[in-house]
Design a protein around this ligand. Structure first.
Ligand code: GDP
Ligand code: MG
Length: 570
């Protein structure tokens, strides 16, 4: 297929602004899917995507489109919108020359619109702004156009106004893709250079690598080499994604498609890897920074007898999602398990949900934490770790303050876009979360964009909820409310004993919260009805003494349930 008639592009947007719906319309317009069917988010194949209405895995579709008497090949790569999956966005973008930046005509520019814009801008791609949902009653496309001018410095008349839902003006999006996005600078005569921008694992066929051909041609039977592992493979199948895999004889420079070559797991097809022909070694393409896990949580089988099943489920799922890191771990209360690293909280929830839905596993997930670094001062510890600076992913392994010069925590640059009446409250919330303000700007008459540097730990679990319900009491030191919540949960899940149980939360040596589980009074008198008062007294006295003893030496049998309730996220 002539490279001049090829376009590789992506759709980027804030969550819910309509990427997947626009992708459906583009697929219909080009005949890739049947128009008469009720197509909804066709590229969202995973069950979790359909249930949550979000896109997790980027999908690719090759579309054919006739424009001014010529046939064009348009490779569309759908991307997730949520911040946790932005590594998927940058990967997808590396295979593109342009993007459709979709903005909701009612909501206007949102935080993730800004983040995604900069990913595309830094990759030097052509950016086509698309204002979607113009059919909504409260749509204000003119206002959004002005925001786009102000924030992104893109002339307002470049915006295309559409309704992806109704199909209004969607053709002009395809026309703009052809007119405004350059064709890939790729040459079939050069030796093969294929960028692996995504990979999935299929139980029967092994790794399916999604590739963008920067140069050359690849066909079935070719011997190829992975620049990363230096291993040689024979190509079993190549093809395009339509959006389902459709084998072809060859893939040509400028095309985007898939390739199967007997790779056993996704670590063999590293995202960002370059594949080349065995006979014709080339300089590898610049790869990607690997995704860094920023949220860690313990994962345990609900029942230890399920350990091996869960282990194999986790292994299989990580074959498909190489951004999850897995360490073995164990806990006194929960037994053998793992400590897993995720890109964010949603990523963690999605992983958990996929384990349950696709592998039928039931798991206990502990409260998420972020990685810390400690600069050690103790010579003994430095010797033990063979390093001065260590990364701690498990709160149980935090080195003592006396052995540490300083602790370091991850920080993130956050963008908040808000109606200006909330600015004051939001600034207070950010301050309470130890954030440092970096920037503030009006993006239209009454909307403000704030940029803050946040300690990740302060926002990872509940920041978004607090932001949404600014009325809640965030003024207090967070440790107190967390301590109190845990004590309360433990109180509710511990059975009463013969003695009183004090539950305390401590911060260092300071007790910051306390709850009591009242003793139950064993009715020792039940068996002695009638007269003898001295006997009654004796029994009661003995019970009191027994209680005292128990209180001193007594151990509380903590039921596993209680641990689960306390350690679980919600
Ligand atoms: P994504 O998260 O960006 O992929 O967004 P989706 O395509 O899943 O759309 C989010 C929601 O907005 C869905 O309920 C869509 O039906 C709805 N939606 C998408 N485009 C339009 C539109 O043009 N008009 C209206 N009224 N709703 C739309
Ligand atoms: Mg979507």
């Amino acid at each position: 297929f002539p490279v001049e008639n090829t376009r590789n592009f992506s759709i980027i947007a804030h969550v819910d602004h309509g990427k997947s719906t626009l992708a459906d319309r583009l697929l219909e317009l080009t005949g890739a899917i049947d128009k008469t069917k009720n197509n909804k988010q066709v590229l969202d194949k995973l069950q979790v995507e359909r249930e949550r209405g979000i896109t997790v895995k980027a999908q690719t579709a090759s579309l054919f489109y006739n424009y001014e008497g010529k046939q064009y090949l348009l490779n569309l790569i759908d991307t997730p919108g949520h911040v946790d999956f932005s590594y998927e966005v940058s990967r997808s973008l590396s295979a593109c020359q342009g993007v459709l930046l979709v903005v909701d005509a009612n909501e206007g520019i949102q935080a993730q619109t800004v983040a995604n814009f900069f990913l595309a801008f830094e990759a030097q791609l052509s950016i086509i702004p698309v204002i979607n949902k113009i059919d909504l009653k409260n749509a204000d496309p003119e206002r959004v156009e002005k925001q786009i001018e102000k924030v992104f410095d893109i002339p307002g008349d470049e915006c295309i106004k559409i309704s992806a839902k109704l199909g209004t003006n969607v053709e002009s999006v395809l026309d703009a893709v052809i007119k405004r996005i350059p064709f890939p600078k790729a040459h079939c005569r050069n030796p093969l250079r294929a960028l692996v921008f995504d990979s999935t694992f299929d139980q029967y066929r092994g790794v399916i690598a999604n590739v963008a051909l920067f140069d050359g041609v690849v066909s079935k039977g070719d011997k190829i080499v992975s620049a990363h592992t230096q291993k040689t493979y024979e190509v079993n199948e190549v093809g395009v994604l339509n959006p389902n895999e459709q084998p072809t004889h060859k893939l040509y420079a400028g095309q985007v498609g898939y390739l199967i070559a007997g790779m056993k797991d996704v670590t063999e097809a590293q995202i960002g890897d370059t594949l080349y022909l065995h006979k014709q070694p080339v300089e590898p393409l610049p790869g990607f920074k690997s995704a860094k896990p920023m949220v860690f949580a313990g994962m345990y089988p609900v029942d230890q007898s399920e350990y091996n099943n869960l282990k194999s489920a986790i292994e299989k799922l990580t074959l498909n999602d190489s951004s999850v890191v897995v360490h073995r771990d164990s806990s006194l209360a929960l037994g053998a398990g793992w400590r897993l690293g995720f890109l964010g909280l949603l990523h963690m929830e999605v992983f958990n949900q996929r384990l349950e839905q696709e592998y039928n596993a039931s798991v206990i997930l502990t409260t998420p934490t972020v990685p810390y670094k400690a600069v050690l001062s103790s010579a003994k510890l430095i010797k033990e770790y063979r390093e001065k600076e260590i990364t701690i992913i498990n709160p149980a392994q935090f080195p003592d303050k006396s052995k540490v010069t300083e602790y370091l925590e991850p920080v993130v640059l956050g963008t908040i876009i808000t109606p200006d009446e909330y600015t004051g409250k939001i600034m207070m919330l950010c301050q309470a979360r130890r954030a440092v303000q970096k920037n503030m700007m009006y993006i239209d008459q009454n909307r403000v964009m704030l940029k803050y540097l946040f300690p990740l730990n302060e926002i990872v679990v509940d920041f978004y909820d607090s932001l949404k319900s600014l009325s809640s009491g965030y003024a207090r030191d967070k440790a107190y409310s967390v301590g109190k919540a845990i004590c309360e949960r433990l109180k509710d899940s511990l059975p009463r004993q013969l003695f009183e149980i004090a539950i305390q939360a401590a911060l260092g040596s300071k007790i910051i919260a306390r709850e009591t589980v009242k003793a139950y009074r064993k009715n020792v008198l039940a068996k002695c009805y009638g007269g003898d008062i001295t006997r009654k007294m004796k029994l009661l006295k003995r019970q009191a003494e027994g209680k005292k003893k128990l209180r001193k030496v007594g151990n509380v049998e903590v039921p596993k349930d209680a641990f689960i309730k306390v350690l679980k996220t919600q």
